[in-house]
Design a protein around this ligand. Structure first.
Ligand SMILES: [Fe+2]
Length: 448
């Protein structure tokens, strides 16, 4: 039975308009799945919406969760659910109407405006865990490190141990601290979160980033192995945590170890249709490629996966496009790489909203640099990479992910014989990653 708007509240006391009682229970299940990556919230919500098609919050959550996959192919179904939520606006409360607006803004490429709208929701409803996580992930996709931290900080006085899901909120805040280079705080907060809820792959991931940035690779390996049951089995985010573990292996020159994880965990069976997973797989191979490691047929395998995407995906999100280019360059498919670059150039001219800026400011130069590097045009690669190094956060990702640009730049300088530039870059790296064996290997090549 449909009830009057505002007559329900979720587990945190946030008002929910008309819905069946079961729908509210399902919402909590979906939210926990969204926080923990154990289970698929869209699967849960699809069943809920079959039974309760007027569940506004369900429609907007379904659309928003799917948006976070950063794939254009989902836009038709996202649009369908947003339009259904809009059609139910008369039954929705003010929070739900704003959440629907944010989803529409995101769908239309206005990710920056969606971010503001979620904040607007949080001013009135600081315990809206869904708005908080959607905003957090969008901060990540927009490379907005300050908001990754401060969106959480702005609501934190409303949260405490007694509020359902508090540990997950701390896990998000920990990652925000890490991306703002506040490693001590990040470690403290992520450990606090994990003391409360061990099975939080996002909090574990925040800690992994701390270990990566501080060169604490052995601690990172130990942490991942000791806690493996908490983050790996049947977890939708596990591939990315495996990727971080593989980076530690690369630092220790255990390339077989990294490739073993690639084959069994990051891209099991050499197959995936998930862009976020293909991004990690491509990035791992590129790091090995920079080190001259033979990865066998894996380049062809990952290039095939990118080629199998519909071509309309190209230009949708520049961060993904860069990794498609990487895969094509690694496989020696330069024509395909240039096709993606052309799509990014087109996106820089025609995309709606902030995705246009991402393509324009960072995407074009990053993609061009990788193609130039693959064709041994090191000076050209340097020319593309130097101007974007300090603004590359604009197209999203983490510091650890974007390090691929600096590693490529440093390798370009070394291979191109531009040793003074290489020396400068290695000098900078030494200060940031004193304990990094990779950094020491760069330095050793300078003194030969
Ligand atoms: Fe990460």
């Amino acid at each position: 039975m449909t009830q009057a708007k505002g007559s329900h509240y979720d587990a945190r006391g946030v008002p929910v308009s008309s819905c069946e009682p079961q729908s509210l229970d399902d919402y909590e299940t979906a939210l926990l799945q969204f926080h923990s990556y154990f289970g698929d919230p869209t699967e849960t919500l699809a069943a809920t919406l079959d039974a309760d098609p007027e569940f506004v919050l369900g429609h907007v959550f379904f659309a928003s969760a799917l948006m976070m996959m950063t794939e254009k192919q989902y836009l038709p179904v996202i649009r369908q659910h947003i339009e259904q939520a809009e059609a139910l606006a008369g039954k929705a409360n003010a929070r739900e109407r704003l959440l629907t607006l944010a989803a529409r803004q995101w769908m239309e490429g206005r990710w920056d405006q969606a971010s503001l709208t979620w904040d607007q929701v949080l001013v009135e409803q600081p315990l809206d865990a869904m708005a908080l996580q959607l905003g957090h992930l969008t901060d990540f996709y927009r490379g907005d490190c300050f908001n990754l931290r401060d969106r959480l900080c702005r609501v934190m006085t409303s949260w405490d141990k007694g509020v359902t899901g508090y540990s997950y909120i701390l896990g998000m805040q920990a990652f925000g601290f890490e991306e703002c280079n506040q490693y001590d705080k990040a470690e403290l907060v992520s450990r606090t979160a994990l003391d409360m809820e061990a099975r939080d792959p996002w909090a574990i991931h925040a800690l992994a980033h701390v270990f990566e940035m501080q060169g604490r690779f052995d601690e990172g390996k130990d942490m991942y192995h000791e806690r493996e049951d908490d983050w790996a089995p049947d977890n939708g985010f596990a591939f990315h945590n495996w990727w971080h573990l593989a980076l530690y292996h690369i630092e220790h020159e255990d390339f077989d170890g990294a490739l073993g994880l690639y084959d069994s965990r990051i891209l099991p069976g050499g197959d995936s249709d998930v862009s976020l997973q293909m991004v990690d797989a491509s990035a791992l191979l590129w790091r090995l490629y920079l080190l001259g490691v033979d990865v066998g047929s894996r380049w062809d395998q990952i290039a095939d996966l990118w080629a199998n995407r519909t071509s309309s995906e190209n230009g949708y999100y520049a961060f993904n496009d860069l990794h498609a280019v990487i895969a094509f360059v690694g496989a020696g498919r330069f024509e395909a790489a240039r096709d993606v670059l052309a799509a990014v150039e087109d996106a820089a001219a025609h995309n709606p909203g902030v995705t246009r800026m991402m393509a324009q400011d960072v995407g074009i130069a990053a993609c061009r640099a990788m193609i130039d590097f693959g064709q041994q045009r090191y000076r050209e690669a340097i020319d593309s990479l130097l101007p974007i190094r300090t603004i590359a956060h604009r197209f999203g990702g983490s510091h650890a992910q974007r390090d691929i640009l600096t590693q490529t730049l440093t390798e370009s300088a070394l291979r191109g014989g531009e040793l003074k530039l290489a020396n400068n870059l290695v000098s900078e790296r030494k200060l940031h990653k004193t304990l990094s064996p990779l950094c020491q290997r760069f330095a050793a090549r300078l003194s030969v």
